[in-house]
Design a protein around this ligand. Structure first.
Ligand code: QAP
Ligand code: CO
Length: 167
């Protein structure tokens, strides 16, 4: 199988708003499994379909130290959030940059699983942060959007320069 390519900021395709998954087909499950592979390979703790240029509401996450707790969340929605936590966030689409971002510390969310069954769940701390970060991707948002425009422009310039070197 062809490995998935991860889009890099400021690629305009990262601004696409993803469409809800209508049905959890074999194709969706196969994409989710490939995304998990790409995420572990990176290595990362979360990846949204938007980042691999599939504009459907699907994210994969594994915040465990042992890389054995994969989560596949289809059509994830935050129902409620409380508290605040600041985390040094990074992103596979913004390689090499980490900046503090404030998010809810505790969330309740709903999603559909790999088996096509909807469920609701609670998450705290890093998992809660990661889910919020990945859902942002599905809405065309990046963590750099929470930084000052000066910082965001600096990151954009540095990444554009690097990408010209790679091309
Ligand atoms: C989102 O990000 C996240 O810059 C997931 O060179 C990150 O997996 C949520 C990565 C932190 C909360 C806290 C970043 C890999 C991975 C890089 C990632 C890099 C290599 C980022
Ligand atoms: Co990201």
């Amino acid at each position: 199988m062809v490995p998935l390519e991860i889009l890099k900021f400021p690629d305009p395709r990262l601004r696409t708003v993803a469409k809800p998954v209508k049905e959890v087909t074999g194709k969706i499950v196969a994409l989710a499994d490939q995304m998990l592979e790409a995420m572990y390979e990176a290595p990362g703790i979360g990846l949204a379909a938007t980042q691999v240029n599939f504009h459907q509401r699907l994210i994969v996450i594994d915040v465990s130290e042992t890389n054995d707790q994969p989560l596949i969340l289809i059509n994830p929605t935050i129902i409620s959030g409380e508290g605040e936590i600041e985390t040094n966030e990074g992103c596979l689409s913004v390689p090499g940059f980490y900046e503090p971002v404030d998010r809810f510390q505790h969330i309740q969310f709903e999603a559909t699983g790999r088996d096509g069954e909807p469920f609701t769940m609670e998450a705290i701390d890093l998992l809660a942060v990661c889910i919020q970060h990945e859902i942002d991707h599905l809405d065309g948002k990046l963590f750099v959007d929470y930084l000052t425009s000066t910082k965001r422009q600096l990151i954009r310039k540095k990444l554009q320069k690097l990408q010209k070197q790679w091309a």
